[in-house]
Design a protein. Sequence first.
Length: 607
Amino acid sequence: MIASELFEEAENSVLHQNTELIEIQKIPKYFVEDPNVKLKNLIDPNSYLIEGNRGVGKSHYLRYAEYICDDYFPKGKILAVYISFNESLKIDSFKSQFGEYDPFSQWVSMKVLTAIFDKLREKRADIVQDHNDIFYSIFKIDRSSIEINKLMHEIIQNLEKTPGGQKKNIFHATLSLIKDRLKIGKKTVKETEILQNLEHIPLIKSTIKKIIEIAGINRVLLLYDEAAHTLAPKQQEKFFDFFKGLKDGKIAQKAAVYPLITNYGNQFDYLQDAKVININRSELNYESYYSFFDKILKKRLQDDADLYRSLSTKKSPYNLMMFSAFGNPRLFFDLIDEAVLLVENDRYNTSNIKKIIKTFVDEKLWKYYRNAARSEHYYSYMKLGEQLIKEMVISEILRKGASIEDKRDERVIYFAIKDEIYAQSYQIRTIFDYLEFGSIIAYRGKFDLSHKQHGRLYALNIAICISENLIDKEIHLQQLTYKGFRQINIKNHLIPILIRDKPIYLSYIKETKPSELREEDEQILEKKTKADKEELETIYVTLLKNSISKLEGYLTGFEYQLLYKSKKFKTIRDVKEATIKSLMTIPKIGRKRAAKIKDAVGEYLSG
């Protein structure tokens, strides 16, 4: 294949395109309905949390809901508004300069209002032109709605783009901008009053309802992407206060969130203030699991049917990749991307796919897990979690699993922890929550252990099981079972692993140095207390200073090597501040690939 053909093929590939990079009109072309998700819930009047790990398809569902409502707007009259909060980490760092004002709350209100207004202009331009008082209750001044909307966009841009050295002046700059654009005089509204109004949720709600009434539509559907996982914990709490405050029969809200690590605060009642749609997929639901992944690949490769047939007809390597994705389409596409090279070189077989899976685990999966630590005080948790899996769970399955593996009809990848142990320790909960967040393990429900004791059943990532030869034969989904699972009992820094009712006690980190865990536990608590008091700007600035090596888990190996070998960009900040055109100066990087690199930076900063 000549260079020009390779370049064109890479640019037109849809395997690795994130949803944000796909045009809204093309969303249904690649959409596959998950039998576990009722599509009507995405557009009904209720509030929902779309819960799932990164890469499982939350954004795709939100964009598909937007597409449905757009396509049916003349009859359905539902104004679907897609909103992303991927610049949120920058905002709360202004807090000390604003004094009693809250720029994050103002920013959220303006993001929502401008997104609704912009979508209304797209669908009903006549309404926008005929009504100049849409934002009057907030701004208390007689100006056109288009002018007010433009001003809010300017304020948002200033908050998001202001360089670090100028942040001390941002409050006064915002007030000056409002005064200048609206030509505020002594006898009109004060600029500070406008900022206070933007923090007043009932005013924002009444403004949205006014738009609904004026436009003659049934309701507004707010689709919040990166609504919680990009926000720092304090921001999450404020956002869900906002979410709860907007609840209304005319205002439907759907927010994409991560399980376990989202901070809903004290006012928001999880499951009560919003229903939950969980789109994490379990390998135990064989029929739906296999059907979904097969359909999604067929859709992505619909313009290359020969490649789809070459990959899917060899069931053993195909199943290995499907298992190793661990319910995650994005990880599935990563593995498929590597398998394509094997197909082209007539080397597509089970043995070579296992080699690819091992490389994938070492170079992507564990790196992604480590990068999930958003600030220093989580590093210890991540380290302990990795040691738990590598030094205890894997080694014990390898040492004691022979009798299980000899039975061709069983593949045990599950382990359990007692409810009481999980509940009694903040450290243990955090370790397990981040292992799950990082796709190393997956929660598979409550389980009756023995002697009237109950526990939490987990699956170990199947890619890790294959990589570590825990599963060393051809596998099929029907062979996975939780019979004979291992029970891990973390207590007094000892872990008994029960394999067929035979407990084995080992120290957590090293048998020779059991005191290390106790010391590290204390350090974790100290670091957490200290970190809770830190400014969010510290997190953001730290992330920007990190090397571009942090992007390895977000790009294909080929894309990362192109970026790395160019020597033009050394830090995350360098890539974030680079333009699409400057990235395109790197050989073999075109517009789509440059956009993907920019998107990867956004994902990394988002968490």
